[in-house]
Design a protein around this ligand. Structure first.
Ligand code: ADP
Ligand code: MG
Length: 731
């Protein structure tokens, strides 16, 4: 009987880079970028100018699209898609399960005489009714109304995947509650951009719009398909539930920015080609810290579009990887002992006049604006640090956070030395001396107050979960498999609320007759003092930091089910209501879904682990033990009692170790199964999640330690699960 592991290794080692025909042509990126997207330029070829003018105006000003407009747009859209061979269309949405969902319909219908006719109406573009009951709603549909519908998001362009026209949509209950990530993300961006515009008004009245930008960096692992297939845990849970450390992993730091293996490069080329055709401006690719770990990043875009692109890229990755006989692991922690994967979310605010509100400006006035936005973000992150943590936790990201190679489980902000100095100076500056308003009505702040801010971009701190990186904030705690919408909507809403509070405070004082510049300066100074707790430039992994953070009143909870509670904290509910991003009912439903998903993920993992132990590890261990026992007996028959004792010493030791670990495994699996049953009997999702966290997870860790110990002693020939050295180093 062959050992599946050795068969898989053989297949994996013999693989050659697969060349994609399309990539050997001399095509230039500009020739195929956004080839599969119905861009504004292409719309002009297919849709009447007056319709487009109305559409663009509505989209750009965040107004609802009229049904008549949708009807005219649909005709052009279908023609464009069919000209490119499309036969179907789908509403493409982002349910709370994560990932994306789609239901394809053909571009034809039967007329009343039963004849086939091509059809794609404004209504089909506008709205669809997927069978909402199979998506999680956290009880919303029970409470309100059973049906949900998906509705066109005209701010994100439609695109083709193969023969299907994909229409980005929101997914909401009939009563209007959001059942997805996109709806509240759009609401949060609207709220943020409005609040930011109001604050911009203090500095520059010509600004008409503010946009929020997102530039994500997607980390992932690749593993050969044959090895993947031989690991039921990877197949079913996306991570290895056991596996002893490889003798060599990342300690030599030779993978990061090393040369990209040929087979991987072939995959990346095709991935980039596909992404670029879909209009995703991917720009960066490199090896990551762990072996077989990589990263891709595009140029930043508007948050909503960037998030759609990230979700699209994740599905393109999976498809392209399979063509290259790889599997892409988007899980945050596929392997213990080496780095996990995140999705850094680079976030910034930009005006329609091209000013980045989070970049130091060219003059003191712009710098005051910059500092205003900066300290408001700090205040928002401080006030809602627990919620922001809740926005990034999950059963999968839990394994990554708090480890010594990923963001710590306490949210703090890194500013860097220079910016910290600027804030320190401002804190102690005197408004009377510092502020001079010159004749041109341009406010001049004394150099001592708002110095020219030249930021040294290299001042980086990799341990910070939320870092300022020169002209943007980088939210690094977001998980690699996450829909970044969850984190972005929380951040957008928190900052929106903060900017609104700031505006109210400043306006209140201006109305009482205080001069604007003085009030701005005063309030900013007050904030600089108030947001000190969240600012931390030191090593986030230090134990001292944990003590210090607790003293500062930052959220130090590490249990995911309890962190999820932050969504329902009074200050979160108030903030989400104030900004019109999520209602209390929606927050309840979201938390339910989060707890439910947490439970299901760990339940599956726990079952898979039980199966691996009983069907793979124990049989291999027992087989080896039997071999050793036979050897002991044979030695006894041949040698004298004295000699036997020496000759069998090693066998005895291993036999006993196998016995001990096998016993531990068996008992562990029984205890884990019992703990699971008990957890399942808990009355609600939250209590179930807590039980899984507190009782099932620790047993899984214990079981793993026995399995990993056995892996180290059992004959390699008998071990059926591909080992870390194979999973991490074959490509
Ligand atoms: P690093 O690894 O140094 O953080 P990368 O080049 O890998 O940098 O990724 C940086 C990401 O940040 C890219 O997606 C980039 O487009 C994005 N980015 C750069 N400037 C901004 C900005 N002002 N706002 C938002 N995202 C930005
Ligand atoms: Mg980065």
């Amino acid at each position: 009987m062959g050992n599946v592991r050795f068969e898989a290794i053989k297949i994996a080692k013999e693989r050659q880079p697969s060349n994609d025909q399309r990539l050997t042509t001399n095509d230039r990126v500009k020739d195929y970028f956004a080839r599969d997207v119905f861009t504004r330029a292409k719309m002009k070829e297919y849709i009447a100018p007056e319709v487009l003018e109305q559409l663009f105006d509505d989209v750009d000003n965040g107004r609802t699209i009229h049904r008549d407009i949708a009807g005219s747009v649909a005709i052009g859209m279908r023609k464009w898609a069919m000209d490119r061979g499309a036969t179907h269309y789908t509403h493409w949405f982002q349910p709370l399960t994560g990932g994306t969902a789609e239901k394809h319909d053909a571009f034809f219908t039967l007329n009343k005489d039963g004849q086939l006719m091509e059809d794609f109406s404004g209504d089909s573009l506008y709205q669809q009714e997927p069978d909402a009951s199979s998506f999680p709603s956290g009880g919303i549909r029970n409470t309100f109304e059973a049906r949900g519908y998906s509705a066109w998001d005209p701010s994100s362009p439609v695109f083709l995947i193969g023969d299907t026209l994909c229409i980005p949509t929101v997914f909401v209950a009939y009563t209007g509650e959001a059942l997805d990530y996109k709806t509240p993300l759009i609401r949060s961006t609207a709220s943020l951009c409005h609040a930011a515009l109001e604050v911009c008004g203090y500095f520059d009245k010509t600004v008409k719009h503010v946009h929020a930008n997102l530039g994500w960096e997607q980390e992932y692992f690749l593993v050969d398909e044959a090895l993947y297939m031989a690991r039921p845990d990877l197949m079913l849970t996306g991570r290895t539930l056991m596996g002893h450390d490889s003798a060599k992993n990342q300690q030599l730091e030779d993978h990061y920015f090393g040369s990209i293996p040929q087979r991987v490069l072939a995959f990346m080329r095709e991935l980039e080609y596909e992404a670029l055709c879909a209009g995703i401006p991917v720009r960066t690719r490199h090896n990551e810290v762990a072996p077989n770990q990589f990263e891709m990043a595009p140029i930043f875009e508007d948050v909503n579009l960037a998030n759609d692109h990230n979700l699209l890229v994740m599905s393109i990755m999976e498809r392209v990887a399979q063509k290259h006989h790889f599997r892409v692991l988007l899980h945050e922690k596929p392997y213990a002992g080496v780095n996990g994967s995140g999705k850094h979310c680079n976030w910034s605010l930009q005006t329609n006049t091209g000013v980045n509100l989070l970049a130091p400006g060219k003059n003191p006035y712009q710098n005051l604006q910059f500092v205003t936005f900066l300290v408001n973000v700090l205040m928002a992150v401080q006030r809602h640090n627990g919620l922001l943590k809740a926005s990034i936790v999950s059963a999968t990201n839990e394994h990554r956070l708090g480890g010594n190679e990923a963001p710590p489980a306490i949210i703090s902000v890194f500013l860097g030395k220079q910016l910290t100095e600027v804030l320190d100076k401002l804190e102690h500056a005197s408004a009377d001396k510092g502020i001079i308003i010159n004749a041109k009505k341009e406010m001049k702040l004394g150099v001592a107050n708002i110095p020219e801010i030249l930021l040294d971009n290299t001042d980086r701190n990799r341990t910070s979960p939320f870092a300022f990186t020169g002209n943007r904030f980088e939210f690094r705690a977001v998980g690699s498999s996450a829909n970044c919408g969850g984190a972005m909507l929380a951040l957008n809403a928190a900052v929106a609320e903060q900017l609104m509070l700031f505006k109210a405070e400043v306006d209140g004082r201006i109305e009482k007759g205080e001069p604007k510049e003085r009030v701005l300066f005063d309030v900013i100074k007050k904030y600089i003092v108030a947001c000190k707790a969240i600012r931390f430039d030191g090593n986030g992994y230090d134990d001292e930091w944990k003590t210090e953070a607790a003293k500062r009143g930052l959220d130090c909870e590490t249990s995911v089910p309890l962190i999820i509670d932050r969504y329902l904290a009074p200050e979160s509910v108030k903030m989400f209501q104030y900004t019109n991003v999520l209602s209390e009912a929606e927050l309840h439903s979201r938390s339910e879904v989060k707890w439910g998903t947490y439970v299901k993920k760990i339940q599956i993992e726990s079952r898979v682990l039980g199966d691996l132990v009983i069907n793979h590890v124990l049989p291999a261990a027992k087989r080896y033990q039997t071999m050793l026992l036979q050897n002991v007996l044979a030695v006894k028959q041949v040698f004298s009692a004295d000699e036997t004792a020496t000759l069998n010493a090693m066998d005895y030791s291993i036999i006993r170790q196998i016995e001990q670990h096998s016993g531990g495994l068996f008992a562990g699996v029984e205890a884990m199964t019992e703990a699971r049953h008990k957890a399942n009997r808990q009355p609600d999702e939250r209590s179930k999640a807590i039980a899984y966290h507190d009782t099932v997870l620790p047993l899984m860790a214990e079981i793993r330690s026995h399995a990993d110990a056995l892996e180290l002693i059992v004959d390699d020939e008998l071990w059926t699960l591909p080992k870390y050295r194979e999973l991490l180093f074959i490509h």
